[in-house]
Ligand binder design. Structure first.
Ligand SMILES: Nc1ncnc2c1ncn2[C@@H]1O[C@H](COP(=O)(O)OP(=O)(O)OP(=O)(O)O)[C@@H](O)[C@H]1O
Ligand SMILES: [Mg+2]
Length: 497
């Protein structure tokens, strides 16, 4: 039987008539020899041939399949995705070689970055460059409309950048004429008479709460307990002194000596309002409170926080700094801590009416001086950090080591617990160089891996400004670079030069 001739047309040809093709199977690339994963590595001089370009390995490239967990083992030096180039250019990401930008508020607004608050904690051994990093950040954020507020410049080291920006720094200290009233009502008291009842009630509640928090911080720092009884007495005194109780249309100015005097010589109405049956009962219950407040009006703090403010911040200026160096030179760290609490409250007050878009960088350098005064001082910092998301402030806090906040109290105490939780109120932590001893502590408190700990105690110690940046759960190895002018402005080694 004659064989029928089959057509030479293949299925592919047939499909071509319909305008489509069979998918083709690419030939499998040759397997690289097991002992040489990159068989044809081109030398440093590459291959010279027109139009060839340059590639570190030649075709065909070896293909590997592995999980993202295994990849860093094979290629440990390949960096992950960087952060967007917005905000202050700080230096470079050492792993990728790219520029590294710091933009805490931008990170909060970007859902792809795991940051939910703009607070930044900076840790580092003295002299590793904490303050220099802060100063560079402040200067570089000016062009994005950020203004800075240095709440307590303990070493007068922000005065130079302030003068360069054309702002005369403000000094307070024993013997100096300047006064800051921590019980300043702040801008919430402006146009008070024109507000309706609901608005004055709202503003009044904010102001009285802030004052109460301040006084509890001050009293707590003298190791005097501040219980609901003390809170009730102080609330009554503040309301009487401002005229709130009698329904005045303006808020009369109040200072700490006035509060002290009201406790020292209580009116009958105050004794009644606080539900004591006699003046003696009132005296007995408020003795510790009175003495704690009295100590703020005498001694080293006399003439600092006990009169109406003589300083009105210029909110249009790019920076405002409040120097405390005179107090620091006197060597009383307790007094500085108290001064920092007062400045905190004052700073919070003047930010209460911030216009939308009025962005600030608020710096608390050497915050350990404040937090180790005890639980109330830690609570004050805690509440400031919690507010930052709402008012759009970038709060910068510097510490020597992560356990500094914990010095607020004995381990296991309430103060130590709140202080420990403070660490979780900042989604951005910058770890500059530290000594070996601190390494375990760092690892324990901040959840660092062994490699990250070694980075902080090794690589970061080899040069100033080198740090491990923890942005949410991402880690970056960053070297801050200072311009020559910034180097001059951040120079703090006069004493040892
Ligand atoms: N990235 C950097 N490049 C070059 N020099 C730097 C860098 N960072 C800091 N320095 C220099 O190192 C010195 C110490 O820096 P800085 O005062 O910022 O340290 P610090 O951590 O704030 O110290 P302290 O805890 O004593 O306040 C300064 O003279 C500063 O100019
Ligand atoms: Mg410093």
């Amino acid at each position: 039987m004659a064989r029928r001739r089959t057509s030479a047309r293949t299925v592919d040809h047939l499909l071509t008539d319909f305008g489509t093709h069979l998918p083709r199977r690419e030939p499998a690339p040759p397997e690289p020899p097991p002992d040489k994963p990159f068989p044809k590595v081109v030398g440093l001089r590459a291959r010279r041939q027109a139009g060839l370009g340059w590639a570190p390995t030649l075709q065909p490239l070896a293909g590997y399949q592995m999980t993202s967990e295994q990849t860093p083992v094979m290629w440990p030096l390949i960096a992950g995705d960087g952060l967007p180039p917005t905000g202050a250019p700080m230096g470079f990401d050492v792993l990728s070689g790219g520029s590294f930008y710091c933009d805490p508020m931008g990170w909060v607004n970007d859902d792809s970055i795991p940051v939910t608050n703009p607070n930044v904690f900076i840790f580092g051994k003295p002299g590793r460059g904490k303050s220099a990093l802060v100063k560079a950040f402040m200067l570089r954020m000016i062009r994005f409309g950020y203004r800075s507020l240095v709440l307590g410049d303990v070493k007068d080291e922000y005065e130079d950048i302030s003068r360069v920006l054309g702002v005369e720094p403000y000094r307070i200290g024993p013997g100096l004429p300047g006064r800051i009233n921590p019980l300043d009502p702040g801008p919430l008291a402006l146009d008070w008479e024109q507000q309706d009842r609901a608005e004055t009630a709202r503003r009044g509640a904010i102001i009285f709460n802030r004052w109460l928090a301040l006084i509890s911080g001050l009293v707590g720092s003298q190791q005097v307990p501040f219980t609901p009884t003390e809170a009730r007495i102080i609330t009554h005194v503040l309301r009487d002194l401002t005229g709130w109780t009698t329904g005045h249309t303006t808020l009369a100015p109040v200072t700490i000596p006035m509060v002290w005097k009201a406790l020292d010589d209580p009116s009958e109405a105050l004794v009644d309002a606080c539900r004591y049956d006699s003046r003696q009962g009132f005296f007995d219950r408020s003795r510790a409170l009175r003495d704690a407040l009295g100590s703020l009006c005498q001694g080293e703090l006399e003439g600092l926080f006990d009169a109406p403010s003589t300083f009105q911040p210029n909110w249009r200026a790019p920076i405002q700094t409040l120097s405390l160096n005179t107090l620091h030179s006197a060597g009383n760290e307790g007094a500085i801590g108290i001064a920092l609490i007062c400045l905190n409250s004052w700073g919070q007050g003047i930010r209460e009416m911030a216009e939308p878009g009025d962005r600030r960088i608020v710096l608390r350098d050497e915050a350990w001086m404040q937090t180790r005064l005890g639980v109330e001082a830690v609570k004050t910092l805690d509440s400031n950090l919690r507010l930052s998301r709402n008012d759009g402030d970038v709060q910068l806090v510097t510490y020597h080591k992560p356990s500094d906040p914990l010095s607020a109290g004995d381990s296991g105490s309430q103060a130590a617990q709140i202080a420990k939780d403070l660490l979780h109120l900042a989604d951005v932590r910058i770890l500059l160089g530290q000594d070996e001893e601190v390494a375990n502590e760092l690892g324990h408190l901040l959840g660092l891996t062994r490699m990250q700990q070694d980075l902080v105690t090794g690589w970061a110690m080899q040069d100033k400004g080198r740090a491990l940046w923890m942005v949410g759960d991402r880690r970056f190895k960053v070297a801050t670079v200072l311009s020559p002018i910034e180097r001059r402005l951040t120079f703090t080694n006069e004493a040892v030069a």
